[in-house]
Write a protein that binds this ligand. Structure first.
Ligand code: ZN
Length: 347
């Protein structure tokens, strides 16, 4: 292919607050890689941590680094070993780069590989006109999935992985945290056949968005008690399944209280530091807890695309779109806490 030597990218160029739009060399690809012309990218909470240059970012992110890990684009070059893909193929992809030698990887449980490295976090990322990715990580996009949705499949995958941790058919589901992933998890739980899906937060904007995206009951726990909701919805004991998306200790306490005996909890939210937990409640209620990391590679991707083809609609979770040159405005909007997913356009 004829390709430019340099590209525009959003770079953590200095160990300080912010990101900088810079010209960077277009990545060279190895024999097992593809080069992707990035079209759309999603901004993630992780990118905000990197922008803010908090403690986690300082000890995790090398400088300089092209940031970003949520993307959709088109394959424009392929290494000589790559099979089964083609130039011009529209795609998204798994941003977790895995090793092949651990016990977990060799058993096919790729998402549990302890050597995992993330694009835009440990390796050069997707906030750029071009992205190098191992062909193994590419997920082709069917025609009916737009580049905008393609750009948010990574967080939708977090939502799907969390929501499908337990059988939801006919179950009453409580989701704590109405950020974009919580809202998408609510839509997935509804699609998967849950009876009642209740989503809690203390931010009225997020709760309003939840009600627009999915057929769920938004509850502001600063104003309403979950006990009253359980009574109003005529649940006999409480919720069967909890999906914790907030990392908030109070939310987890409320969830444990609102769950039935033998209830199940999937945890995706990350508490800041160590967080006290009333373990005796969890033991006496015989609750099962599962930590969720990333997406199952590639089962989550398969299920998510199949559901999108079968009526799952999360398009309204995208509340803002910006051109790449407006990235400062995009990040400000994201940091305001008043947005859903924000998509950056690289075309
Ligand atoms: Zn993300």
């Amino acid at each position: 292919m004829t390709r430019p030597n340099t590209m525009s990218a959003l770079v953590k160029a200095q160990p300080a607050v912010g990101l900088w739009q810079e010209q960077r060399p277009v990545p060279e690809i190895g024999p097992d890689d593809v080069l992707i012309r990035v079209k759309k990218t999603g901004i993630c909470g992780t990118d905000i941590h990197i922008w803010n240059w908090d403690e986690w970012a300082q000890k995790t992110v090398p400088v300089p680094l092209v940031t970003g890990h949520e993307f959709a684009g088109e394959i424009v070059d392929m290494g000589r070993n790559v099979e089964g893909l083609s130039i011009g193929q529209r795609c998204s992809g798994e941003g977790h780069l895995i090793g092949k030698t651990s016990r977990q990887s060799r058993a096919g449980r790729f998402h549990l590989d302890p050597e995992t490295r993330g694009i835009g976090v440990n390796e050069q990322g997707a906030f750029a006109e071009y992205l190098r990715l191992p062909a193994f990580n590419v997920v082709p996009l069917p025609e009916e999935i737009s580049d905008d949705i393609g750009a948010i499949l990574d967080p939708l995958g977090n939502a799907v992985h969390t929501a499908l941790s337990f059988d939801l058919l006919g179950e009453d589901v409580l989701i704590t945290g109405a950020g974009p992933i919580g809202i998408m998890a609510a839509a997935v739980a509804r699609h998967a056949g849950a009876r009642h899906v209740v989503i809690t937060d203390v931010n009225p904007d997020r709760l309003a968005l939840a009600g627009q995206v999915a057929d769920v009951t938004p509850v502001n726990v600063a104003k309403e008690d979950l006990k009253d909701i359980i009574a109003r919805l005529k649940m006999t004991q409480g919720f069967d399944v909890g999906l914790e998306m907030s990392g908030n200790q109070q939310a987890l306490d409320q969830m444990v209280e609102a769950l039935v005996m033998g209830g199940r909890i999937a945890l995706l939210g990350i508490p800041p530091g160590k967080s006290p937990v009333d373990w005796s409640r969890i033991v006496f209620k015989a609750i099962t807890i599962k930590g969720v990391y990333g997406r199952e590679i590639f089962e989550t991707w398969y299920k998510m695309i199949a559901m999108l083809q079968n009526g799952l609609d999360v398009s309204r979770v995208i509340t803002h779109r910006f051109a790449k040159d407006e990235y400062i405005k995009a990040f400000e909007t994201m940091r305001s806490g008043k947005s859903g997913k924000i998509v950056l356009d690289w075309t």
